[in-house]
Design a protein around this ligand. Structure first.
Ligand SMILES: NC(=O)C1=CN([C@@H]2O[C@H](COP(=O)(O)OP(=O)(O)OC[C@H]3O[C@@H](n4cnc5c(N)ncnc54)[C@H](OP(=O)(O)O)[C@@H]3O)[C@@H](O)[C@H]2O)[C@@H](O)CC1
Ligand SMILES: Nc1ncnc2c1ncn2[C@@H]1O[C@H](COP(=O)(O)OP(=O)(O)O)[C@@H](O)[C@H]1O
Length: 504
């Protein structure tokens, strides 16, 4: 399981490694992985390595030594360092005949034209903004080198990114805050900056190197997990051969209002395509019959119709709010009293419902809705999605899915970041489909945290498939059509690879 670390977590593991005499080994392994990655990405030309004063710079010296061992010509431009391991690895570099020159913006601009790759070991998890002017000039020079086409491999984090944040601080005097990277080789755990927002957009391809350190040390310091597809697949419900529609989950969708009736329909389609046995859409408006398998009911008085439902007639799970309009909070409050598994989305995501939920609720805000619930701005939410999702879960209880690329699931047991998805999924109706998917999984008996983790990844996988088939402009309908295959993809990740010693 890839873990997500913030700076405190990384430093706590570093301290244990240091105490156990293992930090030198970890730096050796980190630098070697960087050398291998740089060699694979750009095998020709001089390798130019930039070493800052901290351990990030130490990794650069180790990488230089391994590149040289691979037969690659390498040069290090370095800042002075007080870090003992960085100084040790600078001596080791010199001992194998390696050359180091003082680092400045001018030296970088002078040496870069002959370079086949630049390795950025200026700043890693120890960076604290604002960027000091001297290094600001170096980063601006690096940005210019990269814009001329020389690939940049960042060590742990592109210099200038703050590990726990999606925000990219500005550089001094109007200079860029980061040069970004084509490839980031990161260690032990992912960092929020490599996963979310503008910061992730600067990180290029991300390669996680777990390092040979005790896994439980890393796990104990993790702020979130990012489950593999095999781990997600293990959560999906298994259907018995003699199953019938009555045991595959009865799901109700409560949504739709004049002008936004498609939202309820899309949620219904999402529920059917995620395996719900029987899906009924209840609406105050005329909902288009997107699939004839949906049972669609229009009610002159939706509130009265729902409150008149006897306990015996209630579904296994309900999703409420999609295009539901101004009465959504009151309707949702009534449904929450039923104490059945409930997905709250869109118009049902109102601050006044805080305190009305229960453990089997899944709240599914996008950043704008999350900001409304938290009384903050969407900008603050997107800068720190892990913090925002955790704060919302504390406020609302149950499970929170903070939607985005990627989404975060927050539950009483912690935070989980979903992998994948596609930017084409930023289109109307996509979240409605997700609500249906989540209700279907709840209806099939999954606990709310498992339904959220599995449903979000299933939906993202369907989006990846739809993007491969349709290109960039995805619709929620395209994505819903891929849910069945996405399910099979995840199950495929669970199957063990074939044993070559056994006949098929
Ligand atoms: N656990 C792991 O996964 C392993 C981690 N490892 C590596 O350790 C890295 C973390 O190393 P770290 O803690 O030494 O910090 P690092 O990123 O080098 O930054 C410190 C330097 O930045 C400078 N600086 C700071 N702020 C600044 C500013 N605003 N403007 C300008 N300068 C500023 C600061 O200067 P100072 O304040 O000291 O003057 C100091 O020189 C991590 O990212 C990974 O690469 C591997 O070796 C092994 C296993
Ligand atoms: N860039 C992206 N990468 C991955 N998934 C995305 C991206 N943008 C949006 N999504 C997904 O699409 C859905 C959009 O939900 P939402 O904004 O609520 O849509 P709507 O309200 O129109 O139904 C979410 O599940 C979100 O995770």
């Amino acid at each position: 399981m890839p873990w997500v670390l913030n700076g405190e977590g990384a430093r706590a593991v570093d301290a244990r490694l240091d105490g156990a005499g293992l930090l030198d080994l970890a730096m050796e392994e980190a630098g070697r992985a960087v050398a291998d990655a740089a060699q694979a990405l750009a095998p020709r030309g001089v390798a130019l390595l930039l070493a800052g004063g901290g351990a990030n710079g130490g990794d650069a010296f180790v990488a230089a030594r391994h590149l040289r061992a691979l037969g690659r010509e390498a040069l290090v431009l370095a800042l002075p360092s007080r870090h003992p391991l960085t100084r040790l690895n600078r001596r080791r570099w010199r001992a194998v005949g390696g050359v180091t020159r003082p680092l400045s913006a001018g030296a970088l601009s002078h040496r870069a034209p002959g370079a086949g790759v630049v390795v950025d070991g200026l700043l890693g998890t120890g960076f604290r903004p604002p960027l000091r002017p001297a290094l600001g000039g170096v980063i601006a020079a690096l940005a210019a080198v990269r814009s001329r086409g020389t690939p940049v491999v960042a060590i742990d984090l592109p210099s200038g990114l703050v590990e726990g944040s999606a925000w990219v601080p500005d550089g001094p005097d109007g200079l860029p805050g980061t040069a970004g990277a084509d490839l980031t080789v990161t260690f032990m755990g992912l960092k929020a900056a490599l996963l979310f927002g503008a910061a992730a957009g600067h990180s290029g391809r991300v390669q996680l190197v777990p390092l040979r350190v005790p896994g439980d040390w890393v796990q104990a310091q993790a702020v979130a997990e990012q489950p593999t597809d095999a781990q997600v697949a293990a959560l999906l419900p298994a259907r018995r051969a003699d199953a019938h529609k009555g045991v595959a989950g009865r799901v109700w969708i409560v949504g739709g209002h004049p002008g936004t009736v498609g939202a309820a329909g899309m949620a219904g389609v999402g529920a059917l395509r995620a395996g719900a046995g029987l899906v009924t859409v209840h609406s105050a408006a005329e909902v288009p019959l997107l699939m004839p398998e949906l049972m669609v009911h229009r009610h002159a008085d939706l509130g009265a119709a729902l409150s008149g439902t006897p306990a015996s007639g209630r579904p296994d799970a309900v999703a409420v709010g999609m295009g539901l309009g101004p009465d959504a909070a009151a309707l949702a409050r009534g449904l929450l009293r039923w104490q059945i598994p409930t997905v709250l989305d869109a118009d049902a995501l109102q601050p006044e419902l805080a305190g009305c939920g229960h453990d089997a609720c899944i709240w599914t805000p996008h950043p704008g809705e999350a900001a409304r619930l938290l009384g903050t701005s969407a900008r603050d939410v997107t800068r720190d999605p892990l913090g925002a999702a955790g704060a919302l879960q504390e406020r609302l209880g149950g499970v929170v899915v903070l939607k985005g690329g990627p989404s975060v699931v927050a539950h009483a047991g912690g935070l989980s970041v979903s992998r994948g998805g596609h930017p084409g999924m930023a289109s109307g109706g996509m979240g409605d489909t997700l609500s249906g998917v989540l209700a279907a999984l709840l209806g099939q008996g999954l606990a709310a945290p498992d339904a959220a983790v599995a449903g979000v990844r299933l939906h993202a996988r369907a989006g990846e498939r739809a993007a491969a088939r349709h290109g960039y402009g995805l619709s929620a309908s395209d994505t819903a059509l891929e849910l069945g295959q996405a399910w099979l993809d995840l199950q495929g990740a669970l199957s063990p690879p074939p044993d070559p010693t056994r006949p098929a």
